[in-house]
Ligand binder design. Structure first.
Ligand code: NAD
Length: 351
């Protein structure tokens, strides 16, 4: 199958492209603007693979997007390209509206034109999978879970821009008949995660002896899914999901931020003993404005309809992730030291 993947040089996109090409043998065109969040090194295992091609293009550039559709004639689109970091959305919301809203509209329009040019089995098989986040649903009360019926209540510029993109994707299905599927997933972790996000930031700060800045009281809860479980879930939705439907994907691993940091400190204590426990580095810092208290997913619909389930167990897979960062300093050190894209990351960033 020929699949056009946007954002394939990012964290989830690269795991997905490696799975689609390396494991499943699909042909993939990765369309990515190579923003600060991209790391093409993540796709190095496919460097000589004729089934993969990388096109550097902005999803807001309609001409470039249309050219990619014309050249590749995809049988499916998996749309992941986005600005994805909540803290950046608070300081630079414009970039989030541009890429996540306008960029999604450009992708939908190009896909619609392409879909309308298809006939027969190609037309019947075509799918546009829009990849989104559970953050569009806002904050849950204690013990609650999101389902596909949850009300949209985005509270950050990031989640508001993703909510807008979800509505556009559904509108292109209802209005134009584009065969759209939408997924909303919980927080991902795993290898090749850009070190401004909670888990890689804390792992690298712990390994380098820096403070581990935890927002507020550390009791905000997130539902963690391993990025490879997410990639398999996206493929399950693409292959077996019902057109027009939404599927929630989550890892059934709800943990407080503090519990996550304590677990990765414990893994660092085993894999890189430092004399004193790494947890001594935990430092509580002022809370993020509008910080949602709890996200948690009920993935029951995806499990029942698609036969998909998260396989990784959180604490064990988190320790594997710490091991990956220990073994792959060549991937993250240029980013930490600002030798990559010229931006030095603050060591005090957060989830
Ligand atoms: P990421 O920030 O790691 O990667 C985003 C990728 O998109 C990068 O390669 C970047 O270069 C590319 N990109 C950004 N703007 C672009 C543009 N204008 N044109 C083309 N490419 C552009 O993000 P991620 O964490 O891999 O998330 C991927 C998708 O999954 C996003 O849509 C995000 O909203 C969604 N999601 C993420 C999580 C999570 O925990 N990370 C959870 C649920 C859903």
């Amino acid at each position: 199958m020929r699949i056009l993947v946007t954002g394939g040089c990012g964290f989830i996109g690269s795991a997905l492209v490696l799975h689609l090409v390396g494991t499943l043998g699909h042909e993939v065109l990765t369309l990515d603007a190579l923003t600060y969040a991209a790391n093409p090194v993540s796709l190095a295992p496919l460097a000589d693979d004729p089934r993969h091609r990388l096109v550097e293009a902005d999803i807001c550039d309609a001409g470039a997007v249309q050219a990619a559709f014309a050249a590749f004639a995809p049988q499916a689109v998996m749309h992941l390209a986005a600005e994805s970091h909540v803290d950046r959305s608070i300081s630079e919301p414009g970039a989030f509206v541009r890429t996540n809203v306008i960029g999604t509209q450009v992708m939908l329009e190009a896909a619609r034109a392409h879909y309308e040019s298809l006939s027969g089995p190609d037309r019947r098989a075509f799918r546009f999978l829009h990849v989104s986040t559970d953050e569009v649903y806002g904050s849950l009360p204690p013990g609650g879970f999101f389902t596909e019926a949850s009300r949209y209540d985005p509270r950050s510029p990031y989640s508001a821009s993703k909510a807008a993109s979800d509505h556009l994707a559904r509108a292109w299905h209802e209005t134009y008949g584009l065969p759209v599927l939408v997924t909303n997933c919980s927080n991902n972790y795993g290898p090749r995660h850009f070190p401004e996000k909670l888990i890689p930031l804390m792992i690298l700060n712990a390994l380098e002896g820096w403070p581990l800045p935890v927002y507020g009281d550390g009791l905000n809860e997130r539902d963690w899914i391993h990025v490879e479980d997410h990639a398999r879930g996206l493929v399950a939705v693409l292959e077996r999901g019902r057109v027009g439907e939404t599927y929630l994907l989550g890892g059934r691993a709800v943990r407080s931020n503090l519990a996550v940091v304590e677990a990765l400190c414990a893994a660092c204590d085993v894999l890189r003993p430092a004399g004193a426990p790494h947890a001594r580095l935990i430092t509580f810092v002022a809370d993020r404005p509008g910080h949602d208290r709890r996200y948690a997913i009920d993935p029951g619909k995806a499990q029942a309809e698609l036969g998909w389930a998260p396989e990784k167990r959180f604490e064990a897979a988190l320790a594997e992730t710490v091991g990956w960062y220990l073994d792959n300093a060549a991937w993250w050190r240029p980013i930490r030291e600002g030798r990559y894209k010229g931006e030095r990351l603050g060591l005090g960033a957060a989830p």
